[in-house]
Design a protein around this ligand. Structure first.
Ligand SMILES: *[C@@H]1O[C@H](CO)[C@@H](O)[C@H](O)[C@H]1NC(C)=O
Ligand SMILES: *[C@@H]1O[C@H](CO)[C@@H](O)[C@H](O)[C@H]1NC(C)=O
Ligand SMILES: *[C@@H]1O[C@H](CO)[C@@H](O)[C@H](O)[C@H]1NC(C)=O
Ligand SMILES: *[C@@H]1O[C@H](CO)[C@@H](O)[C@H](O)[C@H]1NC(C)=O
Ligand SMILES: *[C@@H]1O[C@H](CO)[C@@H](O)[C@H](O)[C@H]1NC(C)=O
Ligand SMILES: *[C@@H]1O[C@H](CO)[C@@H](O)[C@H](O)[C@H]1NC(C)=O
Length: 428
């Protein structure tokens, strides 16, 4: 009996439990805590996440690899224009090769991060064409060219903070770039003449490109990324009824090895503005940075969720034969001979209502409560199970039996720091 009840209650928490169990979970209390200095704005977080420099550098490396494969072979839009008496156009430009930079992200304690990339380069080719016309004098020519840009470096400082809606914000606060060299070579037409000037042309291109990398990076960070973050959803829907609010409750914390983000982690009933009557207990992140990414989930996430669900009557369920697969529906019979059925567990049902079937009305009498400590996770469920009986002549006896079901489940945490937590079922 306890099993059915337990499974039902656990299924309500399944979304959460899934998240808890698949994430890296670290609750060793003995390690020194470097980033967490108590409640922020009078509140403890329900959730915290950490990305380490390994994680950031991995993500950047992946991004550069993706950039490199999408740039190679990419067509660049043609250019045409008029300068004095010259009309020119450049077309069919294609990036033939992209040299990935060596890249490193360094966290700046308190302020954000710095991204340095060195040795980026690329080569491209395309077609050129021009016309010169002055009075009766006309010249035109066309051909192709190769251009190579090398030794491109940049250093970008990024500030990451929090806006007043609890969303992250991001701003570039310093940038400088350098272009090592540009070389150009013309082919076709009277290229032997133009190639005499290729050094001057290359210098002109290099001058034009000066500062352009920072212009692009600043635009990407200050406009695109900032806009994306200000539209970021900080609430996620759970089972269409509940909302998990993971907005920031404090600015991210930066140390030289990791960045921690500190989230509310409160679940509330959708459309209701009453808040949870208890607050989150202190969360205990460790200073471990050997992995790329960590997440800490407080029992507050579960407890605020079960509170909202309980108060709004969501933790009620009528269990009938329809909820069971056809070959197991006899489990809800009061009489059975050789198979498993509920009458075998509750003798009273078999005795007073033979050859009948039952419906179970499960409901919580108070919100299920989870307590995570360094050694165990316990879940307390307080509820009732009311039995309605369907007699052999199809008439009903409602509320034939009521059972109080107070169930405690303990998961004992066996694993050490940084390992996947494998809970074991301890009692009842
Ligand atoms: C939210 O709270 C305010 C004041 O506390 C109240 O006026 C309003 O009706 C409430 N809204 C809902 C949806 O409960
Ligand atoms: C559960 O069963 C009871 C009694 O049959 C009924 O009053 C109630 O509406 C049912 N609840 C649901 C959610 O079906
Ligand atoms: C037990 O349940 C099954 C399936 O619901 C039903 O077909 C069968 O008649 C029941 N047996 C008894 C003894 O009531
Ligand atoms: C229950 O059903 C069995 C088999 O159909 C029958 O032999 C028995 O007398 C029934 N018991 C009662 C109390 O109706
Ligand atoms: C949670 O469990 C710990 C250790 O078993 C205990 O000390 C603490 O009082 C419990 N907290 C609550 C809120 O029940
Ligand atoms: C069904 O059976 C029960 C008990 O055997 C009896 O009290 C009740 O009157 C019956 N109902 C109908 C509609 O026959």
């Amino acid at each position: 009996m306890a099993l059915i009840w337990m499974l039902t209650v656990l299924s309500f928490g399944a979304v959460l439990a899934h998240d808890v169990l698949v994430q890296e979970w670290n609750i060793d209390q003995s390690l020194p805590r470097t980033s967490w200095k108590g409640p922020r704005n009078g509140k403890n977080p329900g959730l915290m996440a950490r990305i380490t420099t390994h994680g950031l550098n991995y993500a950047t490396r992946k991004a550069i690899e993706d950039l490199s494969s999408s740039l190679t072979g990419m067509a660049i839009p043609g250019q045409s224009g008029k300068s004095g008496d010259v009309e020119y156009s450049v077309s069919n430009m294609v990036i033939k090769e992209f040299n990935k930079p060596s890249s490193e992200i360094v966290l700046r304690p308190k302020a954000g991060l710095e991204w340095t990339a060195n040795g980026m380069g690329m080569s491209a080719s395309g077609d050129w064409r021009y016309k010169y016309k002055k009075g009766w004098f006309k010249v035109s020519d066309h051909g192709s060219f190769d251009i190579k840009i090398s030794g491109v470096n940049f250093h970008l400082g990024i500030n990451i903070g929090m806006d007043n809606t609890g969303r992250p914000n991001i701003r570039s606060d310093s940038c400088n770039d350098q272009i090592g060299g540009v070389s150009v070579k013309f082919h076709g037409g009277a290229s032997w003449i133009y190639n005499l000037f290729k050094g001057k042309i290359a210098d002109m291109i290099k001058d034009k490109m000066d500062g352009q990398i920072c212009t692009v990076l600043n635009k990407v960070i200050n406009d695109n990324a900032e806009r994306a973050l200000s539209d970021l959803k900080v609430q996620v829907d759970i089972a269409h009824k509940l909302l998990l609010d993971y907005s920031f409750i404090a600015k991210p914390v930066f140390t030289t090895n990791f960045m921690d983000t500190i989230h509310k982690g409160e679940v509330t009933w959708k459309g209701s503005n009453s808040s949870t009557p208890f607050s989150a207990p202190p969360l205990s992140p460790s200073s471990d940075t050997s992995r790329m990414f960590y997440i800490w989930i407080s029992d507050f996430v579960y407890n605020s969720m079960t509170y909202a669900a309980h108060v709004n009557g969501f933790l009620k369920y009528n269990m009938t034969k329809k909820d069971l697969p056809p070959d197991q529906q006899q489990a809800l019979n009061t009489t059975c001979t050789d198979s498993f059925c509920i009458g075998n567990f509750i003798a009273e049902l078999k005795r007073s209502y033979p050859n009948s079937s039952v419906q179970l009305r499960l409901s919580t009498t108070s919100a299920p409560f989870m307590n995570i400590s360094s050694k165990a996770i316990s879940v307390q469920n307080y509820g009732t199970i009311v039995f309605d009986i369907q007699l052999p002549n199809n008439s009903y006896v409602y509320s034939a039996i009521t059972l109080n079901a107070d169930i405690a489940i303990n998961f004992v945490i066996k694993s050490a720091v940084g390992k996947f937590v494998r809970p074991t079922l301890d009692s009842e």
